[in-house]
Design a protein around this ligand. Structure first.
Ligand SMILES: [Zn+2]
Ligand SMILES: [Zn+2]
Length: 196
């Protein structure tokens, strides 16, 4: 039996009407309590940059006998890592996304980056200073901080991020090696720590 277009339309409407109540019935009578924490990314406001400078000065006096040169400090909206220190700019960047998830870690991150002013790598000297002043060596991870990539590399010199799907070996920053200088300072580091 041939079905006209009009009949098809009517049938579609009938099916649709039948489908709806089934959907309603499959819902649990008692609502399941959502355990997912609310998205606080727009609720949490981070301290102003002036506060970061005050903390810097306090930590400098408290832990470094006031001997660290004052670095420029700013927030980064783009960065997914906790923080970074860029020697060539003498600049500390604090990741906003990271600290909206872990707001209690700002002072910790700042201390970590301050150590980088005198110690670029996470070597044993770095670790001993970190232990002395109560700074973490590694940052925490959170699903929302992993972008659409497996590995996040960063240039320790300029702070540029290189998100990649595969591991990189012996990779250098394209910006810093422009003049063909393959310097160890431009070798990309895997971001699995506070700043990396
Ligand atoms: Zn670079
Ligand atoms: Zn670091």
């Amino acid at each position: 039996m041939a079905i006209s277009k009009k009949q098809m339309k009517t049938l579609a409407e009938v099916n649709f009407d039948l489908f709806q109540p089934v959907m309603v019935q499959t819902r649990p009578i008692m609502p399941i309590r959502e355990e997912t924490p609310p998205d606080q990314s727009n609720i949490i406001s981070l301290p102003p940059v002036s506060w970061l400078y005050r903390m810097f000065d306090e930590f400098n006096q408290q832990f470094f006998e006031g001997r660290l040169p004052r670095a420029k400090i700013s927030y980064s909206d783009r960065m997914l890592i906790a923080g970074s220190f860029t020697p060539v700019k003498n600049e500390i960047k604090i990741g906003r996304k990271y600290h909206r998830i872990f707001p209690d870690e700002i002072a910790d991150t700042l201390k970590h980056e301050m150590i980088h002013i005198i110690n670029p790598n996470h070597d044993s000297r770095f670790k001993s200073i970190a232990a002395r002043i109560g700074a973490s060596v590694r940052a925490r991870s959170h699903p929302s901080l992993r972008g659409n990539y497996k590995y996040l590399y960063i240039c320790p010199h300029c702070g540029r991020e290189y998100p990649r799907q595969k591991r990189l070996r012996m990779a250098y920053c394209g910006i810093c090696t422009k003049n063909g200088q393959y310097d160890a300072r431009f070798k990309l580091r895997l971001s699995n720590s506070k700043e990396d």
